[in-house]
Write a protein that binds this ligand. Structure first.
Ligand code: PLP
Length: 479
């Protein structure tokens, strides 16, 4: 690393990125390129000789940016947000600059210790039970994604059960969740070797916000016990992907405890909102959980990737995931004076990701972060109101956080045609380049999702977005 070159190129790159943010609204939010577009623009082989940073940045402008979907645009409302911020960016930069790989405490003590401290800070902000703090048997760890989080706790839970009843019982282990749970759970089951026929996907309650009904869970567990199976893992949701459904954690947790199941709570999106006292109620019951996960990279101003996982029993994780070859042995680990995050995750190597969330917490402070969340929820209420005032539209599920689920209403009760029309509307608004929303299906109905949470979004963007949707809808209706 040549310091002077870094200084020069680094300044130029920061200028480039700052200009990008200044002009971000001039790009079509959803990239409009066709598959394979880049093959026609770039050479078939890598260059033999160095090129200049200007040449590369020129190519970024003319060849890469057209193929970028602008997640940081204030008009990005698809999926869930993926926040970036100055603080998050600085943390990423510092992490790249230090270039450490902190798999064991000894490989960079600050990396392990800062992660532990920052996750304790966050646990306190969320008012998580003490057992999730690092001072006892619990603690937090940064994973790359909610998918990795659910996988590692499932493996921990699986091995804990199998250690007591024998490895041959793998085929009897049963996993429970609602049909609104993210497909990350299904993937975790596949990887953890849970038999597909032992994955109970229970129908969520469409009369509420698509939450899991405890009675249904109890019935399924009882049936499985009678059949000689072993219930071992339950995934509850706080803020599902389709409709932000919130499962009744306390009631589900009771059933899990009674049946000695591991209870994991996926709050990947909505967890961030629970730092606000008025939204903390949505994780009431988390004291019954064994693990809790929230993606700071979604709605917490922390650049991707930064998925926060807390467990009550760190030893369940380490017993399932630790490996200690000679080449990693060191005094601190062997004397049990420290813990090594390599044993809390799948890969060995890990980045210094706690820097960025530390930066976010320090440069913004908890009060700013709470108001940041509140502002998005306020904007979602504005959008929800606009939808409900238009007789051609309806809000489909009660809005809880900053996601509004809506659709064009059916004409003559024709649901099939209505689904088709909503998909047409989706295509029309997204291909305009002015905004990007996504869709889902709830009880067979195609539903449009407007997820407000990009850091640059203001009320004018929400109102303009609604105008574009209305214009496209009235065109479709006239057609
Ligand atoms: N859980 C929920 C509720 C989500 O919304 C998502 C993604 O949007 C996930 C899990 C998966 O997240 P990740 O990409 O971090 O694996």
């Amino acid at each position: 690393m040549d310091s002077e070159q870094l200084r020069e190129y680094g300044h130029r790159m920061v200028d480039f990125i700052a200009d990008y943010y200044k002009t971000i609204e001039s790009f079509p939010v959803l990239s409009q390129v066709q598959p394979g577009y880049l093959h026609n623009l770039l050479p078939d082989t890598a260059p033999d000789h160095p090129e200049t940073v200007e040449q590369v940045l020129d190519d970024v402008k003319t060849k890469i940016l057209p193929g970028v979907t602008h997640w940081q645009s204030p008009n990005f409302f698809a999926y869930y947000p993926s926040n970036s911020s100055v603080a998050g960016f600085l943390g990423e930069m510092l992490s790249a600059g230090l270039g450490i790989v902190g798999f064991s405490w000894v490989t960079s003590p600050a990396a392990t210790e800062l992660e532990m401290i920052v996750l304790d800070w966050l646990a306190k902000l969320l008012n998580l039970p003490e057992q999730f703090l690092s001072k006892g048997n619990g603690g937090g760890v940064i994973q790359g994604s909610a998918s990795e989080a659910v996988l590692v706790v499932m493996i921990a839970a699986r091995d804990k059960v199998l250690r007591s009843i024998g490895k041959n019982a793998l085929g009897k282990l049963v996993v429970y969740s609602s049909d609104q749970t993210h497909s990350a759970l299904q993937k975790a089951c596949q990887i953890a070797g849970i038999h597909q026929e032992n994955c109970r996907v229970l129908e969520a309650d469409s009369s509420t916000n698509y939450a899991l009904r405890p009675e249904l869970l109890q019935e399924a567990v009882s049936r499985d016990l009678e059949a000689g199976l072993i219930p071992f893992f339950l995934c509850g949701n706080v803020g599902t992907t389709s409709s932000t459904a919130v499962d009744p954690l306390a009631a589900l947790g009771k059933i899990a405890k009674r049946n000695e199941m591991w209870f994991h709570v996926d709050a990947a999106y909505a967890g961030s909102a629970c730092i606000c006292p008025e939204y903390r109620q949505y994780i009431d019951g988390v004291e019954t959980a064994d693990s809790f996960n929230m993606n700071a990279h979604k709605w917490f101003l922390t650049n991707f990737d930064c998925s926060l996982l807390w467990v009550k029993d760190q030893y369940a994780l380490t017993e399932a995931l630790s490996a200690n070859p000679e080449f990693l042995k060191n005094k601190a680990s062997q004397a049990n004076l420290v813990f090594d995050y390599k044993d809390w995750q799948i890969p060995l190597g890990r980045r210094f990701r706690s820097l960025k969330i530390w930066m976010v917490l320090r440069l913004y402070g908890a009060e700013t972060l709470k108001n940041y969340i509140r502002n998005h929820i306020k904007l979602a209420k504005v959008f929800e109101q606009l939808v409900s005032q238009d007789p051609d539209f309806e809000v489909i599920t009660p809005r809880i956080f900053a996601l509004v689920c809506f659709r064009m209403v059916p004409v003559d009760n024709d649901e099939k045609k209505c689904n088709g029309r909503n998909l047409e509307l989706l295509e029309a608004v997204n291909s305009s380049g002015k905004l990007f929303i996504s869709h889902t299906a709830l009880s067979g109905r195609i539903v449009l999702r407007c997820a407000i949470g990009a850091p640059l979004t203001e009320e004018k963007h929400v109102k303009e977005t609604w105008k574009v949707i209305q214009e496209k809808a009235s065109y479709l209706l006239r057609k």
